[in-house]
Design a binder for this molecule. Sequence first.
Ligand code: BGC
Length: 333
Amino acid sequence: MKKLLAVLLVAMLALSALCVASAEAKTYKVGVSIYQYTDNFMTLYRNEIENYFKTLETDDVKYEITMADAKNDMAEQTNQVQNFITQGMDVIILNLVQTSSADAVIEQIVDAGIPLVLINREPLGDDGDESYAGILDNPQVCYVGADARQSGTFQGEMVAELENHGDINGDGKISYIMIEGDPENIDAQYRTEFSVKALTDAGYEVECLDDQVGNWDQTKGQELCATDLTTYGDQIEVVFCNNDAMALGAATAIQTAGRTVGEDIYLLGVDALAEAIDLIKAGEMTGTVLNDHIGQSHAAVDVAVKLLNGEEIENYYWVDYVKVDKAYAEANY
Ligand code: BGC
């Protein structure tokens, strides 16, 4: 009997200790809205946000993540943000659908007193160049991203570093097609501009055969590349894609057209998706640029946690790109 009582007592003590512990655990509510779940790169990014938040949990601190798909629809995202505000989120992480209409959404969140971490799509001012200094100057708001000028420059440099510098037919100029991402992301404009600039800055002559918007999408990338291969045939020496999803599509189109990467055409992407790395190793893509979704998602979560803890933050956090050609891919993946 005594033994039973002792066991009961121990059990009760353990239970009450547990209650005290759980009563003390603080759960922060985190609202995350992603511009579009079907985006290959943003899928890796959002999964890592969730994984990384989990690794930061302790007995005392928990994070309850509400993740929402804005389905590439700004109205839908505005609704999600309003819901986040009503639900009393402690912090919001936002991958904007439309950077051009960012100010209204940001203002709502700021007015509700909720700290905000913008990711992946940097809102720009009216002149398309200056950041929304007024809004981002807010001590509760920041942007985490990578400077897309660097990724464009790396793409151009990889072409310049080739033995023939991308001039396969030896006519003195590099003839290329450009497949662009959604213009709502400044990455698309910067990559387009700086990939070519790296070549002209190095003194090479370039010729743009076609420049179209593929919206970051693999199927669209394949369609655009296939049409250009039919129209321009052997004239195309370099295919620049603003991201790997579109480059994967272009790789299929190139194969179907009976062309051979590394011999009669070059193909460049950005992101370093696993599928693109495989193609680079197999010689079916010339190169890509690592868009570090791990570094960016961790930086975004770390700054969100700082905001939750009332710590001071910077308004901008930049994560570096890395040039990934065949040698780098073989050595590092
Ligand atoms: C990535 C793209 C992605 C886009 C989404 C870019 O930084 O390179 O793959 O589709 O972000 O906004």
